[in-house]
Write a protein that binds this ligand. Structure first.
Ligand SMILES: *Cc1c(COP(=O)(O)O)cnc(C)c1O
Length: 376
């Protein structure tokens, strides 16, 4: 166990009470809690519809299916993301086309590169709001309009993050969120889709549950006695136990994000003046979830970064890398692409501990260890 972990679950009595209530209600699978979560999520995010799901990987898969992406299509994706963003494109037999980031200070997908990658097969772009900071929304929307492309937002890092006062996950055709244990909203496993399009919403709901025309809960309530299967669907449902946890977590989110913002500001202050370190999104003003706190070593390389990470490890500080390049994983080794900025970022980035329980003493300790590590 690390003395200072990367992430710390903010669970308390509220989560225990909520899950007990659901267990005692005797309805633990997809039911009223999932419906309540979907309504609440739509209202706080500002989308017409939400669909709760088993995780965000299934959310990405269903997004591509609902938008009609198939084997004839190409989808432009970042490589600086969790592999699920790209794997989902493979699930529908489409071709992922990897796009570079804008720069080391702004590691989100580069609109200029997107435009150069568009072919007559391109059907959609998946954008990922790294660390909770918005991609270049206006430019990407304008490109998508010009070339008639769909936009899927992988908003796993970005619940409640904003761009021009509007919440991320509501700009594209579909927004996808994760409730995995180390995300801002934690339910163990879980995810949700947001959309303003009723047709997409209905299609996603159908595909979430085997393509069935009614749910067990509808039949339990006597609203239906039989069902038909009208599409080849999946079992990608969330259950009511997790939905009840997500509802409590959603209530806590604003307060938790405020703490994260303070922690980010304290990190930035303590790290500023260190010439070796670049802080991505340093001058970014919009409200951000601050899912992670990334730093990048300047004029560095993979070996130097690993040395510093090992130094942190020896002092019982957990760190991480967001992310190893997806295009360099073995299963993507056939894809030819040149992503120099993504590769540098991936080799030289370190994610430092980020969670609401960090104290200013913790932060001073972490920053001093970094200073020592860079000298040694
Ligand atoms: C966590 C994460 C996912 C996958 O979410 P799951 O709920 O674990 O399936 C996808 N993309 C990004 C950017 C993530 O951070």
């Amino acid at each position: 166990m690390y003395k200072i972990p990367l992430f710390n679950l903010n669970y308390g009595k509220e989560e225990e009470d909520a899950i007990l209530e659901t267990i005692r209600s005797k309805w633990i699978s997809t039911g009223p809690k999932c419906v309540e979560l979907e309504k609440k999520f739509s209202s706080v995010i500002g989308s017409n519809y939400s669909v709760s799901l088993s995780n965000c990987t299934s959310a990405l898969h269903l997004s591509l299916l609902a938008l009609g992406v198939d084997a004839d299509c190409e989808v432009i994706v970042p490589s600086l993301t969790f592999s699920a963003t790209v794997n989902a494109v493979k699930y529908v037999d489409a071709k992922p086309v990897f796009c570079d980031i804008i720069g080391h200070d702004k590691p989100t997908i580069d609109p200029e590169h997107i435009e150069r990658l568009i072919s007559n097969k391109t059907k959609a772009i998946i954008i990922m709001h790294y660390a909770g900071f918005a991609c270049e929304i206006d430019e990407i929307i304008s490109i998508a309009k010009r070339y008639n492309l769909k936009i899927i937002e992988d908003a796993c890092h970005a619940p409640f993050s904003e761009y021009n006062g509007q919440k991320l996950g509501t700009f594209g055709d579909i927004g996808c969120f994760s409730f995995f244990s180390n995300k801002n909203i934690s339910t163990g496993e879980g995810g949700i889709i947001t959309t303003n399009d009723k047709t997409l919403y209905e299609k996603i709901k159908l595909l979430r549950s085997h393509g069935m025309t009614s749910l067990s809960y509808d039949r339990f309530q006597g609203h239906a006695t039989k069902y038909d299967i009208i599409e080849l669907g999946y079992n990608y449902r969330m259950d009511d136990m997790r939905a009840s946890l997500a509802l409590v977590q959603l209530e806590k989110l604003n307060k938790d994000i405020k703490k994260r913002t303070q922690i980010r500001n304290a990190y930035v202050e303590k790290l500023s003046g260190m010439d070796e370190i670049l802080i991505p999104f340093q001058d970014f003003k919009a409200f951000s979830s601050n899912y992670i706190f990334p730093i990048v070593l300047k004029n560095s390389n993979y070996k130097r970064r690993e040395k510093l990470r090992n130094f942190l490890h020896d002092k019982s500080i957990q760190s991480s890398v967001h992310y190893p390049c997806v295009h360099l994983f073995s299963i993507y080794s056939n894809e030819t692409c040149s992503l120099p900025k993504t590769e540098y970022f991936s080799d030289n980035e370190i994610s430092l501990p980020m969670h609401g329980q960090l104290t200013s003493k913790d932060l001073s300790f972490i920053v001093n260890v970094i200073k020592d590590g860079l000298v040694g």
